[in-house]
Design a protein around this ligand. Structure first.
Ligand code: GLC
Ligand code: CA
Length: 574
């Protein structure tokens, strides 16, 4: 619970460990002021928001979201506390992979609008201090891109070497055993020129040949096109897959088969080749010409692998995404603690990711049926108080859940059709934003391209704005705090109570003050005790900034009482 406008100090009997003064305070009116005492780059203090353009807001009522729709929601985003939006690909595309198959990097898909609509979005964003980040699909184009159409037209065409063409190993046999991540072999035979082309993703997504310097330069130029239009940076798609072994060696075969029935392999010859870093350095050089930021889709097995994406001289990605938490199946304080500690000791600027358009929403991943909204607030409480730059996924702030297809014939994502029922695809996490309780959740007057879940009746922006205990109200307060508190922006991260199996607790320390965050990741009440004397807080004063408690926070004697799946954020001063 929180109490709006209440400003209560309660002195609580000091016990052996802590002397406390409680101040329950709802910081809703805080100006979205930037505090940047150390002159950090803008993105370090920004909150990013990923939105899936098909699903955010539909201005022309054709059932598909569009740029004008996004522009019409900028005030909502500003008010929420968003500083930059990353728009999943909105370029012309046959939409086989819903935009990740780009047929023209220098335009907007007519279903989303025009370049003029885009310019207006940038201009309106600028008025509100919201920056626009685009999604750059670097590894492949659509098979309908003019480069590929020419490449495919003959073995001697000007663009032949822009993609990866090879003869088969033997008649009717692909060049090697590489498989597509979306099912089947990674090679497609072209009957016109009697060679195979390589596609790590769908057949309609041929891989570009990054070993060809002309391709590199052409791709660098595509980014310039958008920087000149006012784009503040890019999210680089699927960077692991940029290079392949030039000798096309077979990947080692592992036991078993994948979700699509292909033999499992260890993808050592077509992923994460060292040359990837060279390409990233090139993209960064261009980004630096425009003061832009690069975010990367960097899937890594551990923190040391992630570290490499910043570049040896910080000359690759400013924001490589740490996607490792997306694999945490359960809410486990020890698991989160040890991962965060590992990231913290690696030293880079963290970019934790909890969910996105490829991953089951965290609301659904962690829901237990009894505390769903509490868990959503708990996750927010963690995500928005960690060090680093957060990237929210649209709808997280209202507690949107996955709406997975129940039947194969309803699946839109080709991956789900190919892999059904083992792989159901990604439709569930891409459903329309839930704006209100009117038809289609207020997203569109037409039938939306994907169905909204029944929970839109309670989990929508209009309803949650009116409810001070909603997930949205919690996010709004938390985001206001995050923009205002130097300790949350710039403070160091200090893990405390490391032996606690149920609650994750830490300090964000800045100069003489600190913010304490306690997250009860269990379904039971927990009593939490602290001893912060070794951190220089021998008899600290504690003022509560925000909690998700249902009951009023009463005094504490020697321990803090945490409700199931609750979060407490408090300021500590000496
Ligand atoms: C990335 C995108 C995903 C897309 C794939 C191919 O993983 O996030 O949505 O399907 O790349 O471009
Ligand atoms: Ca539309």
């Amino acid at each position: 619970m929180f109490r709006e406008g209440l400003n209560v100090f309660r002195n609580i009997a000091a016990a052996s460990l802590l002397a406390l003064a409680l101040c329950i305070w709802a910081p809703r009116t805080v100006a979205q002021q930037k505090i940047d005492p150390e002159g950090h780059e803008w993105w370090r203090h920004a909150v990013f928001y990923e939105l899936y353009p098909r699903s955010f807001a539909d201005s022309n009522n054709d059932g598909i979201g569009d740029l004008k729709g996004i522009t019409s929601k900028l005030d909502y985003l500003k008010d929420l506390g968003i500083d930059a939006i990353w728009i999943a690909p909105c370029f012309p595309s046959p939409q086989v992979d819903f935009g990740y198959d780009v047929s023209d990097y220098e335009n907007i898909d007519p279903m989303y609008g025009t370049l003029a609509d885009f310019d207006r979005l940038v201009a309106e964003g600028k008025k509100r201090n919201i920056k626009i980040i685009l999604d750059f699909v670097v590894n492949h184009t659509s098979d309908q891109h003019k480069w590929f159409l020419d490449s495919k037209s003959s073995r001697t065409s000007a663009h032949r070497d822009w993609y990866i063409w090879r003869d088969g190993k033997a008649p009717s046999q692909p060049p090697n055993n590489w498989t597509s991540t979306f099912g089947g072999p990674a090679w497609q035979f072209d009957s016109g020129t009697k060679q195979y082309y390589y596609h790590y993703f769908y057949i309609q997504q041929p891989d570009l040949n990054w070993r060809n310097p002309t391709v590199k330069d052409a791709m660098f130029d595509q980014t310039r096109f958008w920087y000149k239009r006012g784009v503040a940076g890019f999210r680089l798609d699927a960077v692991d897959t940029l290079y392949e072994d030039p000798d096309l060696k077979d990947n080692p075969v592992l036991p078993g088969t994948d979700k699509f029935g292909m033999p499992n392999t260890n993808e050592i010859y077509n992923k994460k080749l060292p040359e990837v870093h060279e390409a990233l350095r090139g993209l960064r050089k261009v980004a630096d010409e425009y003061g832009a930021v690069l975010i990367g889709e960097t899937w890594t097995k551990d923190v040391s692998e992630l570290k490499d994406y910043y570049g040896e001289h910080n000359n690759e990605l400013q924001m490589p995404m740490d996607l490792m938490m997306t694999g945490f199946k359960e809410l486990s304080a020890p698991q989160y603690r040890s991962h965060i500690n590992a990231v913290e000791s690696a030293g880079g600027w963290p970019v934790f990711v909890i969910t996105n358009h490829d991953i089951v929403r965290s609301y659904t991943r962690y829901a237990d049926g009894a505390h769903n909204d509490d868990i959503a607030k708990l996750m927010a409480g963690m995500y928005l108080t960690l060090r680093g730059t957060p990237i929210l996924y649209y709808g997280e702030e209202i507690g949107m859940e996955n709406n997975d297809p129940k039947r194969k014939e309803d699946v839109k994502d080709p991956e789900g059709r190919a892999g059904w029922p083992k792989e159901i695809g990604r439709d569930g996490e891409r459903t329309p934003m839930q704006w209100s309780e009117s038809a289609n959740a207020g997203f569109s007057k037409a039938k939306p391209w994907l169905p909204v879940p029944p929970s839109y009746k309670t989990h929508n922006v209009v309803a949650e704005m009116k409810d001070e205990n909603s997930v949205l109200s919690f996010y709004r307060q938390l985001l206001a705090l995050r923009h205002k508190e130097p300790a949350l922006l710039d403070g160091s991260y200090i893990s405390i109570n490391e032996d606690d199996p149920h609650a994750l607790a830490y300090l964000r320390r800045y100069k003489d003050e600190a913010i304490l965050v306690v997250l009860n990741m269990s379904a039971a009440d927990q009593k939490i005790r602290f001893d912060l004397s070794s951190l220089g807080f021998a008899s600290p004063k504690l003022s509560v900034l925000l909690t998700s408690f249902h009951k009023p926070l009463t005094g504490m004697s020697d321990a803090l009482s945490m409700e199931p799946y609750s979060v407490l954020i408090a300021k500590i001063t000496k």
